[in-house]
Design a protein around this ligand. Structure first.
Ligand SMILES: [Cu+2]
Length: 70
């Protein structure tokens, strides 16, 4: 849930990508659901257990979070 003030336009859609950390698999770019202005939700079923990294951002600005999917 990003800070809506941070965006020039609340309609701006972020890029979301999921990839496995130590595998050369194709990444996932799940569809985003707009919840309200500036708030997006993504629901994804990961195809494999393991260490994943999700990156969320706009253009060159990205945040990355690693997590383990059991
Ligand atoms: Cu994998």
């Amino acid at each position: 849930m990003p800070d809506a003030d941070a965006f020039e336009s609340v309609g701006m859609r972020p890029d979301v990508n999921l990839a496995m950390v130590e595998m050369h698999m194709d990444g996932l770019t799940p569809p985003l659901e707009l919840v309200e202005a500036g708030v997006w939700r993504v629901n994804v079923k990961l195809p494999m257990a393991g260490q994943w990294i999700v990156s969320v951002g706009f253009g060159e600005e990205f945040a990355e979070i690693q997590f383990y999917a059991p």
